[in-house]
Design a protein around this ligand. Structure first.
Ligand code: MN
Ligand code: MN
Length: 290
């Protein structure tokens, strides 16, 4: 199994060609085999890379330039189509290798289930891990139509693994009644509808913590990100999502890995979903990879 060479040709703008020199590894997890509604997020990572060509390399928000961050783009992992279990094992093994080399894993989805093996790998290295989850959906189901490996279950699995009080969800506006009851009773933190304001309130309590941050692009209102499998009306705008990324960048926390998932380009002929996602990735690199 290779883990220090690129799997495919497309790369995020300004990627470092040498794996060994890089602080972070960008990698695509082109998996969409467990989605409950519209598939297509397997094509998300490469569209985000293509859209990155249109970005400025300088961020006026953070006063940083991409040449100040060193990251290698590994391309999209070759995953076994249709086999969720083996795909998750592959993802876990690759991320474990990168963590052993002290790389910051920055994953691109793919459906949200891909976050599950990544967090398992990161938690093994950082046993005091806390997870920040930004999404329209609670993703707290135990199963979907009898299937526990579903893109509607990853946050529940993460709660079971690291303890619900270590999980912080923001922007949530969709889920079953049982999921909201679980959120209330389990001791996890859940902010409904909004992201930046509750995040600013919570961050002082997380001072010094090791954080993994997972962003589901459908937290954005479909007006800003129609290209996603399970679009959900009533979301935040792109400015608020960027503000959340910058709040995390400026907080006294140790971000140890992150992902951005559920970009499904086929539903967005304007390409604005990939465009906003690529800008978010730029700000994540500039703000979170220290
Ligand atoms: Mn999700
Ligand atoms: Mn979602």
């Amino acid at each position: 199994m290779q883990f220090d060479q690129a799997y495919s040709g497309k790369v995020f703008i300004m990627s470092q060609p040498d794996f060994n020199q890089a602080k972070a590894v960008i990698y695509g997890m082109p998996m969409d085999w467990t989605v409950s509604f519209r598939p297509g997020s397997r094509f998300g990572p490469n569209r985000i890379r293509e859209a990155s060509i249109g970005l400025e390399e300088y961020s006026p928000y953070l006063d940083r330039h991409l040449e100040q961050v060193s990251y290698f783009d590994a391309g999209d992992m070759p995953l076994p189509f249709g086999n969720a279990e083996r795909s998750l094992t592959e993802i876990y093994q690759h991320v474990t290798k990168w963590l052993e080399k002290d790389k910051f894993p920055l994953g691109l989805g793919g459906e949200h289930l891909v976050t599950w093996p990544v967090v398992q790998a990161v938690y093994k290295k950082y046993p005091n891990l806390k997870v920040i989850h930004i999404d329209a959906h609670a993703d707290l189901r135990e199963e979907y139509e009898g299937e526990v490996l579903s893109h509607s279950t990853p946050i529940r699995k993460i709660c079971d693994l690291i303890g619900a009080p270590n999980v912080y969800s923001f922007g949530i506006r969709s889920g079953m009644r049982e999921e909201f009851t679980y959120a209330k009773e389990s001791g996890m933190y859940m902010a409904r509808y909004d992201v930046a304001k509750p995040l600013a309130e919570v961050l002082p309590n997380l001072a010094g913590s090791d954080l993994y941050v997972t962003i589901d692009i459908d937290v954005l209102d479909p007006a800003y990100a129609p290209g996603t499998g399970t679009a959900e009306a009533g979301g935040i705008n792109a400015k608020e999502l960027l503000e959340a990324i910058h709040l995390l960048a400026n907080a006294n926390v140790n971000i140890v890995g992150a992902d951005l998932v559920e970009v499904a380009p086929a539903y967005d002929p304007t390409e604005q979903t990939a465009i906003v996602a690529s800008k978010c990735v730029r700000e994540m690199l500039l703000g979170w990879v220290k």
